[in-house]
Ligand binder design. Structure first.
Ligand SMILES: *Cc1c(COP(=O)(O)O)cnc(C)c1O
Length: 356
């Protein structure tokens, strides 16, 4: 399908932010966006247009029943000035999986990757050169059909927007404090845990807000049945280093299959660090902390890449991880992943895809 391109008038182009760590996350968007409609049983009219507000009927189904999915990936500026994507095909694959779970009609992943590259040819110059900054890419689908009966919609809008971002956490690559949530849960077996659905995030806001009032940046979710098994954090998968082995929860359907998580497991193997995907209870975790076997803890996700955890709080007890600083394995994984993403290290695994 041909992608139509309608460019913004030069006089309406936005001022560009100056490079740097002050960019924040998710407030600035570029001049153009990709859009594609679904109606009469097919995806139609793939096009690039000036970025701007959407027109929706108040009865648009997404506003009532949350039939919506999204993805998150980044475009990085390499030292030679080229723009690089990191494992973008995996993101579009997962976008399709999310669509299927949310009863959204399937789309052509290859078309979306091509559309993203076209969009980056126009707006890729927004990609900051700062070492911790990048251009965040947010593909989204929303159910636009004006209808209030509960069923999958018959009309959708798929769009991709771009925005320059700085480090995800204002603290940067520094240890965060995490609150282990004893009551609220994120995902139940058979639910939405394994897909990127806005609805899961809506359900997580209250607990996260309550924890933030106690001074914790993020929540560690436990399983929805026994409230004992460690699952993941906000928008990150979790890894623990116990006796020198990385332990992370298995992908049993309640955990988001992170591309960073999968990259961490591959890099660990390449570096000769042992890694296990296995269920671990919060009791076991805290036991290993008490007897000095838990040396490191970190989250992994596109936004932060690797986020070291310095402290866990569970039922008002506070557990310091290692020396509260950045662990050795955490640092090694961060250096390799960020090195490949930003082009400072060779990409021996075929993860980097240049924007032609
Ligand atoms: C997106 C996301 C992650 C991280 O996935 P990446 O592919 O590594 O960015 C982890 N958990 C949740 C709930 C997410 O939505």
């Amino acid at each position: 399908m041909e992608i139509l391109i309608r460019r913004q008038l030069p006089k309406h182009l936005k001022p560009r932010p100056s490079d740097g760590a002050a960019l924040g996350f998710g407030d600035i968007y570029t001049d153009h966006m990709f859009k594609m409609d679904y109606f009469d049983g097919a995806w139609r009219n793939p096009r690039i247009e000036p970025y701007g507000p959407l027109m929706l009927e108040p009865s648009a189904m997404v506003l009532h029943y949350s039939q919506t999915i999204f993805e998150g990936l980044k475009c990085y500026r390499h030292p030679d000035g080229r723009l690089a994507l990191f494992r973008p095909r995996d993101n579009f694959r997962r976008f399709s999986t999310s669509a299927e779970r949310m009863a959204i009609p399937p789309f052509d992943e290859a078309l979306l990757l091509r559309a993203l590259k076209e969009l980056l040819k126009i707006d890729g110059s927004w990609t900051p050169a700062h070492p911790e900054a990048s251009l965040y890419i947010r593909p989204t689908v929303i159910a636009t059909e004006p209808h209030l009966g509960v069923r999958p919609a018959k009309e959708y809008l798929l769009f991709i927007i771009l925005g320059p971002v700085g480090p995800y956490y204002p603290e940067g690559f520094a240890p965060v404090r995490i609150y282990v949530e004893p009551f609220y849960t994120r995902a139940a077996p058979g639910g939405l845990g394994a897909v990127k659905a806005g609805a899961s995030y809506a359900g997580s806001l209250l607990a996260t807000e309550l924890a933030s009032r106690k001074g914790y940046t993020q929540l560690l979710w436990l399983d929805a049945i026994s409230h004992r098994f460690v699952e993941e954090v906000g928008s990150m998968n979790m890894c623990f280093v116990i006796d020198g082995t990385i332990v992370t929860a298995p992908l049993t359907g309640t955990i988001l299959p992170g591309i960073t998580r999968s990259s961490v497991l591959t890099v660990a193997k390449d570096l000769g660090i042992k890694a296990e995907e296995r269920a671990i209870t919060v009791e076991e975790l805290l036991e290993t902390q008490k007897n000095g076997r838990l040396s490191e803890c970190f989250g992994s996700g596109t936004a932060c890449v690797i986020s070291p955890v310095g402290e866990l709080c569970y039922k008002s007890e506070v557990f310091r991880i290692g020396n509260g600083g950045i662990g050795e394995i955490t640092q090694k994984l961060y250096d390799e992943l960020v090195g490949v993403q930003y082009g400072a290290r060779p990409d021996s695994r075929g993860w980097v895809e240049y924007v032609a």
